[in-house]
Design a protein around this ligand. Structure first.
Ligand SMILES: Nc1nc2c(ncn2[C@@H]2O[C@H](COP(=O)(O)OP(=O)(O)OP(=O)(O)O)[C@@H](O)[C@H]2O)c(=O)[nH]1
Length: 413
């Protein structure tokens, strides 16, 4: 049975609907049933984050709705979490921990698991710091029980563990880079799908690779990077699906997920999937968030193609209007429906037009031996014919260095 959760929002000035919607989506992605929402507009209360009167209201709501958990939109200080738990008698977490819960549920690879642990530990460190400060000021009041010595020891343990995990992740990252280098050496162009969570990356990935990945319409369905080999208009390609972006993702989480997103740096083409069925305000907000993540990663915008997705849900006029908004960014925009397979040919053409170092060459290869198979896996064959002396004439397109190597191979034979 789904756990019952109450969502709490404290806004400084006025309520923000998209923040409310987003936390609801995150909570349901983590498997909670949202049984109540409490919103307050006021400055932060140091003890409970929300006002004391609201805490009483929240306690009544927890009892009435038989809630198991209270989830705060606002980042809670450890002492606030402690005070709220004591007052409410149920577990209290914030948005950061909720995202970690989702990540932990979806983590597949060793790398993803380590990244999540790292993010958790970093949060713990900031908690331990606050414990130390509170204990110095003599304000612990039985909070954490263990006293200053235990907290110091715990702090050291956390720091050592963080350093260790960072070293392991560094190694995994280096191995990945080497793998990518080998792929491009094998002639494969690399295409990465990126975008705001829920934009339809996994659906497009599945279309492009005709293989099934985990899709359930919930945020972060794709946690660890997924790569598949396929052909786009005849070119051998590695397509990679990446974790969904989310704006105002806590900075420590962005750090922790660098390894996953970092791969997009190495792609030849980055397809930014945007859900254009949403209203213009949402489209702009999510588009800007995605572009800023790409810039943070150092992805040159010249590599980026926008797939304006979910046009099956829209009128022609609306598609035009929204595509124009995205085109204002100066990036190429292709309207598509990943779900219904509309616009994918045009998308493929734009992707291929961005492949770097592309050359066309004619090769003459013997009809025996494995050479034909090798050529087929490494480049696009534009034309194929037989010669009078039993050889095969191939017109091929592909990466310049690969075709050079193939020609050298041929001369050797
Ligand atoms: N109508 C419509 N729905 C789509 C289309 N593409 C994707 N969807 C739906 O949108 C939801 C999210 O799609 P996903 O492919 O899981 O999105 P994602 O970007 O991979 O999301 P994360 O993995 O969470 O980052 C699913 O319910 C899909 O069925 C489309 O072209 N049209």
């Amino acid at each position: 049975m789904a756990k019952r959760a109450i969502l709490v929002f404290r806004f400084d000035y006025k309520a923000n609907d998209s923040s409310i919607r987003e936390l609801e989506e995150l909570a349901s992605a983590a498997g909670y049933e949202v049984v109540g929402t409490l919103i307050q507009t006021r400055v932060e209360d140091p003890k409970y984050n929300i006002g004391r009167g609201k805490v009483h209201e929240l306690r009544d709501m927890v009892t009435r709705e038989k809630a198991d958990k209270v989830i705060f939109f606002n980042t809670l200080k450890p002492s606030q979490t402690y005070n709220l738990r004591k007052e409410l008698g149920v577990d209290v977490i914030d948005r950061y921990e909720l995202i970690l819960e989702i990540f932990a549920q979806r983590a597949g690879s060793q790398e993803a698991k380590l990244q999540i642990e790292l993010a958790r530990l970093k949060r713990e460190v900031s908690f331990a710091r606050e414990y130390i400060n509170l204990s110095k000021r003599g304000e612990l009041h039985g909070f954490l029980g263990g006293g200053k010595y235990a907290v110091d020891a715990y702090y050291t343990y956390l720091s050592n563990r963080i350093a260790l995990i960072e070293r392991v992740l560094e190694k995994i990252r280096a191995q990945k880079n080497a793998r990518w280098a080998r792929r491009s050496e094998a002639g494969l162009y690399a295409v990465s799908l990126v975008g705001y969570t829920g934009a339809g990356k996994s659906t497009l990935f599945q279309r492009m690779t005709q293989e099934s990945v985990y899709i359930d319409g919930k945020p972060f369905a794709t946690l660890s990077t997924l790569s598949r080999r396929t052909k786009i208009l005849g070119y051998p390609v590695i397509v990679t699906d990446t974790i969904g972006f989310i704006d105002s993702l806590p900075e420590q989480l962005i750090d922790a997920f660098y390894t996953t997103l970092g791969e997009t740096l190495l792609a030849d083409v980055v397809v930014l999937v945007v859900d254009v069925s949403e209203d213009i305000g949402e489209i702009k907000r999510k588009f800007n968030a995605s572009i800023s993540v790409l810039s943070d990663l150092g992805v040159p915008l010249g590599k980026v193609v926008i797939a304006a997705n979910k046009i099956d849900l829209m009128e022609a006029e609306d598609i035009k209007r929204k595509a124009a908004v995205l085109q204002a960014s100066g990036l190429p925009v292709v309207p598509v429906s990943a779900k219904q397979g509309v616009g994918l040919k045009r998308l493929s053409e734009v992707i291929v037009s961005k492949f770097p170092d592309k050359v066309t060459e004619t090769l003459l290869i013997p009809s025996d031996g494995g050479m034909l198979e090798e050529v087929l896996t490494k480049c696009k064959v534009v034309d194929i014919s037989g010669t009078w002396d039993g050889k095969i004439r191939l017109v091929v397109e592909g990466r310049a260095n690969i075709i050079e190597k193939l020609k050298a191979r041929y001369r050797e034979q």
